[in-house]
Design a protein around this ligand. Structure first.
Ligand code: RAT
Ligand code: ZN
Length: 418
C-alpha cells in the first residue's frame, strides 16, 4: 500500500513538474507583437473589458447598451468591476482569470481595489511586459490571427515590420470566405484583377492574393471561423472559394486549413464583440473534406460541446485532421476536463488539447495557468491507470508526452508529409 501510495505521489510530482516547466506553443491567439502598436491589447483595463466580461456585466446592470459603449474604457472597467467583483463574487471563469493573472503578477487582490492595480501597468513598458508575460508563463511562441482586410493590420505588414520570432502568423480569411460580395471589391482596390463572378480569371487572382499574403506573413496556416450551417460542397461563393482557391493554395504551399466551426455571429449585435453565440454543426462536413482532399491538412476546433465526440471519431479516421483547443465557451475548467479526458482516451497524444485565444496579452497568464492545472490533473489519472497494470511511466516519457501536447504535436503536423 505504502509503496503504491508513494509511487502515485511521485507520478503526480513528475506530471506537475513537466506541465509547469514545458514551453508552450499557443496555436491560436489574437495577440500581436509590440511593433503592431495599439493592436496589441494589454493591461488591467483591457483585461477587465474582455468581451467575455462585457457579456456578463449586462446580466446585472440595467444600463443601456448605448450608454455603455459611450463610456471610456476606464469607466467601463470600473462598472464591470463593481458588478462582477464587488457586488457579486467573481467565480465565473473569466472573472477568476483576472484574479489569477493579478496574483501571478504578485499583486494583492484581497482589497478588491481596481484602482490599486493600475500603477503597476502604468510603470512598465509594453516591451518589458511582453518579455515578462512570456517568461512567467513559459510561452515559447504564440500564433496570431492576421487579417489583411483589417486596415490597421495591413499597414503593419506592408510597412517595415521585422518579425518578432515569438509571434507567428496565421492568415485569417473570414472576410474573404464569409463576405465575398464586399471582399472582391477590396481585392480589386488592391490591384487584383477580380470581379464578383468567380470565373477562371478571378479564381487565379484570389489564389495570387492568398499566396502573396501567406508568403508575406510567413503564415503557419490559413484560418476561418464558420457558422453551424457550414456545408461543403456548397453552391455558394464560400464553397467555390474553398474548393477553387483555399484548398489548392494550402496544398501547394503545404499549409493546413484551420476551420473553427460553430459560431453564430451577432445573435445580439448590441453586444458587439460579445454578441456571438454557439450552435451545433455537422461533423460530416469535416469528414468529407478530409476524405476528398487527402493531400490537404485540416486543423479543426468546434464550438459546440455536442460536436466534440464526433470530431474525435473523425480524427481517428483521418490523419490529415488535427483537432485543437477547447474554444471560447468551452474554455472552462469543467469542460476542458471532460473534453481533454475524452480526447486522450480516443486519440492518445495526437491532439492539441488547448489554445488560449488570448485577446489581451495578460490573459496568457491565466488561460495557461488554468489549462495547465486541468490537463495535468487528467494526465495524472491516465498515467495512474497505466501504473495499475505495472507499466510505470518514466520521467522522460512524461516530459516527452507533455511537450507534444503543449506544442510538439502541432509542429509535427505542420511538417508531416502527406
Ligand atoms: O474567443 C474569442 O475571443 C472570440 O471572439 C473569437 O475571436 C474567436 O476566438 C475567433 O477566433 O473567431
Ligand atoms: Zn479566436
Amino acid at each position: 500500500m505504502g509503496t503504491r501510495g508513494s509511487r502515485q505521489d511521485m507520478l503526480r510530482t513528475a506530471v506537475r513538474e513537466a506541465v509547469a516547466e514545458v514551453e508552450i506553443t499557443d496555436v491560436h491567439t489574437h495577440l500581436y507583437p509590440p511593433a503592431f502598436g495599439d493592436l496589441l491589447l494589454w493591461g488591467i483595463d483591457e483585461l477587465v473589458n474582455y468581451h467575455y466580461l462585457v457579456a456578463e456585466v449586462f446580466r446585472y446592470t440595467d444600463l443601456s447598451y448605448e450608454e455603455f459603449w459611450q463610456m471610456s474604457k476606464r469607466e467601463q472597467a470600473d462598472l464591470i468591476w463593481r458588478h462582477l467583483f464587488e457586488q457579486n463574487s467573481p467565480i465565473g471563469e473569466a472573472c477568476r482569470g483576472i484574479l489569477t493573472t493579478l496574483h501571478v503578477l504578485g499583486m494583492d487582490v484581497a482589497a478588491r481595489d481596481l484602482a490599486s492595480f493600475r500603477p503597476y501597468f502604468e510603470q512598465t513598458t509594453v516591451d518589458e511586459y511582453v518579455d515578462h508575460v512570456f517568461e512567467v508563463e513559459r510561452i515559447k511562441q504564440v500564433v496570431m490571427t492576421n487579417d489583411p482586410f483589417d486596415d490597421r493590420e495591413r499597414e503593419c505588414w506592408l510597412g517595415d515590420y521585422k518579425p518578432d520570432p515569438r509571434f507567428r502568423a496565421a492568415l485569417r480569411i473570414d472576410p474573404l470566405l464569409n463576405g465575398w460580395p464586399t471582399a472582391w471589391q477590396r481585392l480589386e482596390e488592391w490591384g487584383y484583377g477580380v470581379g464578383e463572378e468567380l470565373n477562371a480569371a478571378t479564381v487565379k487572382e484570389v489564389r495570387r492574393f492568398l499566396t502573396e499574403w501567406v508568403e508575406r506573413m510567413d503564415a503557419l496556416y490559413l484560418a476561418v471561423s464558420l457558422p453551424p450551417t457550414f456545408a461543403f460542397p456548397e453552391d455558394s461563393p464560400r464553397g467555390t472559394l474553398i474548393r477553387e482557391c483555399v484548398l489548392p493554395v494550402c496544398e501547394e504551399l503545404d499549409r493546413p486549413f484551420a476551420m473553427m466551426v460553430g459560431v453564430k455571429k451577432l445573435v445580439n449585435p448590441e453586444l458587439r464583440d460579445a454578441g456571438d453565440s454557439v450552435g451545433k454543426s455537422d461533423v460530416g462536413v469535416v469528414e468529407h473534406l478530409c476524405a476528398e482532399y487527402p493531400k490537404n491538412k485540416f486543423l479543426v476546433t468546434m464550438l459546440a460541446r455536442e460536436n466534440q465526440h464526433e470530431l474525435c471519431v473523425a480524427a481517428r479516421k483521418f490523419r490529415n485532421l488535427l483537432v485543437f483547443g477547447c474554444w471560447w465557451f468551452l474554455n472552462n475548467p469543467s469542460l476542458v476536463d471532460e473534453i481533454t479526458r475524452m480526447r486522450l482516451e480516443l486519440l492518445g497524444l495526437s491532439v492539441v488539447p488547448q489554445h488560449s485565444d488570448a485577446r489581451v496579452l495578460d490573459q496568457l497568464i491565466y488561460k495557461w495557468t488554468h489549462s495547465r492545472q486541468t490537463i495535468a490533473r487528467v494526465l495524472c489519472e491516465k498515467y495512474a491507470d497505466l501504473m495499475a497494470t505495472g507499466w510505470v511511466p518514466e520521467r522522460m516519457e512524461i516530459r516527452r508526452d507533455v511537450e507534444n501536447l503543449f506544442g510538439g504535436t502541432f509542429w509535427k503536423f505542420l511538417e508531416k508529409k502527406l
